[in-house]
Design a protein around this ligand. Structure first.
Ligand code: AMP
Length: 418
């Protein structure tokens, strides 16, 4: 049974951390530990395996980076990598490496990020220089292991970050292959937004008596983010988006589409009138993705259109709006998308466009987050088809979709089935 962390420390000073680490935390302006950090750091410093159920935006990265940095051996005692952090996407690899750099500001630590889409040469050079911490996507990590450019004999800690997502995108065989090559007496830390049976099986096979800590109830996505939906016809989504952007005037927004083609199409249409928009998805060359992300992070780009896989890891605290132009295929993706805003307790707002045949999907999302999304409307915007309740409420008589003139009426709530 997952347990809540029992009386976790409320100050970094009470965590038995080194002076250097406290200095780095001060430098990073991390004043107090987040709940995930208060739970995971002491357990990880104790040397036990940990399953931490936590989403991005909760400070989970530092929860494993801090204990790793605290226990690194001097280079003369371990020439090769000592910690291996596996992540699902390139963006997340870069973010985790940046967090390592940030939290090791008071000492000299080499951390290298290994991911595809970048020439392997540079990564090999960095590995040769002796990286103590390696963070990477499973495919590229295996590539380096196969070439003999990454040695795992000194690895004492393996982190599986966003483990559920890694399994979702088919990394399970790669992960297992990597874990089998790591020393058996290592420590394994697994962070995951959800812990479905597939994750439990992975933990059973590759972890030793893991402590399970569940931080999911303090879900940032559902607590600090206002969440609305619009009902809309498929062919009116673009018009609705334009009107919504005018009304909201976001500081920074991410618009999620379900497919890469959808992203391309939307960005083409938007950029006819808005120069401040760009996109990111898996088909873009790594250099282009990095450039777009840098502009977005630096606030030089206001609107980013993205797919789920690459959008998931984006950690930019100024994102004020999330717009689900397409509903996600999986409920968990909704939580991940919406979690891009409201980072670290800041306010955020999320809008989802729901077409008449997507009522059941909206219900599943609401069940997942245990919150009813509020219905929103844009004055004068006609074209939504509020037939959601009919799709899911067996108690409603079956009737044809209401005419457009009925749009102004507030629809009856459909059955939530909670
Ligand atoms: P994460 O959930 O790891 O993606 O972290 C989300 C954001 O919170 C990142 O920008 C971190 O730099 C930041 N962060 C992590 N821990 C703290 C903390 N204790 N205090 C303030 N900010 C933090």
């Amino acid at each position: 049974m997952p347990k809540k962390a029992a009386e976790p420390p409320t100050r970094f000073e009470d965590m038995d951390l080194s002076k250097q680490m406290l200095k780095a935390l001060l430098h990073a302006a991390y004043e107090t530990p987040t709940p995930v950090q208060a739970g995971v750091i002491p357990a990880a410093l104790d040397g036990v395996d940990v399953i931490g159920q936590a989403r991005t935006g909760t400070g989970k990265t530092a929860s494993f980076v801090i204990p790793i940095l605290e226990d690194l051996l001097p280079k003369r005692e371990a020439a090769n990598a000592q910690a291996l952090i596996l992540v699902p996407t390139r963006e997340l690899a870069v973010q985790v490496r940046d967090e390592v750099d940030k939290l090791s500001s008071a000492r000299r630590i080499n951390c290298v990020a290994l991911y595809g889409g970048k020439p392997i040469r540079g990564q090999i050079e960095k590995l040769k220089e002796g990286a103590q911490v390696v963070v990477g996507t499973p495919g590229r990590v295996l590539d380096h292991i196969g070439r003999g450019t990454l040695q795992l004999s000194d690895v004492w800690c393996v982190v599986l970050d966003e483990a559920d997502r890694m399994l979702d995108i088919g990394f399970r065989p790669d992960i297992e292959r990597i874990l089998r090559k790591c020393p058996q007496d290592r420590q394994t830390l697994l962070l995951s937004a959800t812990v479905p049976p597939a994750i439990q099986r992975l933990a059973q096979r590759y972890m030793r008596d893991p402590v399970s800590l569940d931080f999911s109830s303090g879900d940032i996505a559902v607590e600090t983010i206002e969440q609305f939906y619009f009902t809309v016809d498929h062919d009116r989504k673009f018009d609705l988006l334009v009107r919504l952007m005018e009304r909201e005037n976001p500081t920074q927004a991410i618009i999620f589409c379900r497919t890469k083609r959808g992203v391309d199409r939307l960005v083409r249409r938007l950029s006819k009138t808005d120069k401040d928009v760009d996109c990111i998805h898996g088909d873009l060359a790594q250099g282009a993705r990095d450039r777009v992300m840098r502009r977005f992070r630096d606030g030089k780009l206001r609107t980013l259109v993205a797919t789920d896989v690459v959008g998931r890891g984006i950690d930019v605290s100024t994102i004020s709006h999330i717009i689900n132009f397409d509903l996600p295929a999986f409920c968990d993706d909704y939580v991940h998308r919406v979690g891009r805003t409201g980072r670290m307790g800041r306010e955020g707002v999320a809008f989802s466009f729901v077409c008449s045949d997507e009522g059941p999907q909206l219900t599943r999302i609401e069940e997942r987050i245990n919150i009813l999304l509020k219905r929103d409307e844009i004055e004068g915007f006609k074209g939504s088809a509020p037939v959601i309740e009919q799709a899911v409420d067996e108690n409603q008589p079956k009737a044809p979709p209401p005419p457009a003139s009925a749009l102004k009426r507030r629809p009856k709530r459909y059955k939530r089935g909670l």
